[in-house]
Write a protein that binds this ligand. Structure first.
Ligand code: PMP
Length: 392
């Protein structure tokens, strides 16, 4: 059997970073009571009123092929959300809906890169980024965002390979760190995109999980709407991860090409999902705040608890995650996470799953009820302290 080199090389030959997640799921399937803090999935499922809208749309007959770039009402609703949140005038023609963030990130890189081109991405990164860039036949090259700079990317690191690259993928608010790029960082990124003539792919799927400050999108910088492709989503903002409904915002010409790509790949998003998304978006920011509220509360509570016990928490102002520095234990994130799972039945993601810059860290997803979460935080702290005093 001849399998293409492109698909064989998708994960770059190493682990895809999901080993702990898979191991913990297997243990749960075996009946073990694992506290599962790996993936970014809400503990509260899609709200019943959204499901009712979906059901009614399906019963009403919206079950056939739907509009490929997205029904007009939905593209308008996304354009309004974008204009309201960023202050940048965005029209229906700037929007394409796609089935899931993964599909959107792939599609964006189909616009930005030809086979053999280089796509940059900031490390630490959402685990699929390099594979997504490789999927379009491009070379995926990490740009380190270093712990000592609070995981804010710096000019020298971006500029190093930017001259020989075609795109830069950024993610703020960031998964895994929860860090929001400062205005200075955004200035740096925008300057690099302009100076080195890069497409900027901006993954903003966590824009509703901001615990202080304001969300910045690179489209807000002058002359950036023509070279920026934003990936946005209701997955996190409306607890609709399973609906596989996401959008891309970009210049009209790029959106036309992306619509053509959808015609030749996924043929759009099911109509009843699009109708449910229109309903979800019509609920406005208060609804999104309600979905975000438990994560805001847990982010503060767990962060304060860990710091009160001298655990080094990465300072962050967003997201359903907390990143913890465990370098004092002398273990890698992977070793620590494996031991935590075996000895205490708690599953967290090792920082290494998100790239070399995440090494020596853990990412804790704040996705279970507060009581169990605090129990897990206490056990993680005990283990860090025991190992750190052994190592000292
Ligand atoms: N980007 C980031 C940074 C993510 O964390 C995720 C999902 N965890 C995605 C994209 C994909 O999101 P979706 O559920 O919309 O496919």
């Amino acid at each position: 059997m001849k399998i293409s080199k492109r698909i064989q090389g998708l994960t770059g030959g190493g682990s895809d970073g999901w080993d702990i997640y898979r191991r913990s799921r297997a243990m749960i399937a075996d009946g073990k009571d694992v506290i599962e803090l790996t993936i970014g999935e809400h503990d509260r499922r899609t709200e019943p009123e959204i499901l009712t809208a979906m059901y009614e749309a399906a019963l009403g007959g919206h079950t056939g092929y739907s509009s490929i770039p997205g029904i007009s009402e939905l593209r308008d609703a996304i354009a309004v959300r974008t204009t309201e949140r960023t202050g940048i005038k965005t029209e229906r023609e700037n929007i394409l809906v796609t089935p899931g963030g993964q599909a959107a990130l792939f599609a964006a890189h189909m616009v930005a890169c030809d086979p053999g081109d280089t796509g940059l991405f900031i490390d630490p990164y959402y685990a699929t980024y390099p594979g997504t860039i490789r999927a379009v036949g491009a070379v995926a090259r990490p740009v380190p965002a270093r712990a000592r700079f609070g995981f804010q990317p710096q000019w020298d690191d971006i500029a190093q390979d930017a001259g020989s690259s075609q795109s830069l993928l950024i993610n703020s608010p960031n998964n895994p760190t929860g860090v929001v790029y400062s205005e200075d960082t955004m200035n740096t990124i925008v300057r690099a995109a302009q100076e080195f003539d890069l497409w900027l792919v901006s993954d903003e799927v966590y824009d509703s999980q901001l615990w202080s400050g304001t969300h910045l999108s690179p489209r807000q910088w002058s002359d950036m709407t023509e070279r920026t492709l934003v990936v946005g989503s209701v997955s996190k903002s409306n607890s609709m991860t399973g609906s596989r409904f996401v959008w891309i915002i970009g210049p009209e010409e790029a959106i036309d090409h992306l619509s053509n790509l959808s015609t030749h790949t996924n043929y759009g998003v099911p109509g009843f999902i699009q109708d449910a998304a229109v309903f979800a978006l019509s609920q406005g920011p208060e609804f999104e705040d309600r979905i975000a509220k438990p994560f805001r509360r847990r982010h503060a509570a767990v962060g304060e608890y860990l710091m009160s016990r001298q655990v080094k928490v990465v300072p962050s102002t967003a997201s359903m995650y907390l990143m913890v520095d465990i370098r004092s234990t002398g273990l890698s994130g992977e070793e620590f996470a494996n031991r935590l799972l075996d000895d205490h039945l708690i599953a967290v993601m090792p920082g290494e799953s998100f790239g070399a810059s995440g090494a020596g860290h853990l990412r804790i997803a704040l996705t279970i009820d507060d009581e169990r979460l605090m129990t897990a935080a206490a056990k993680i702290t005990d283990m860090i302290q025991a190992l750190a005093s052994e190592a000292a």
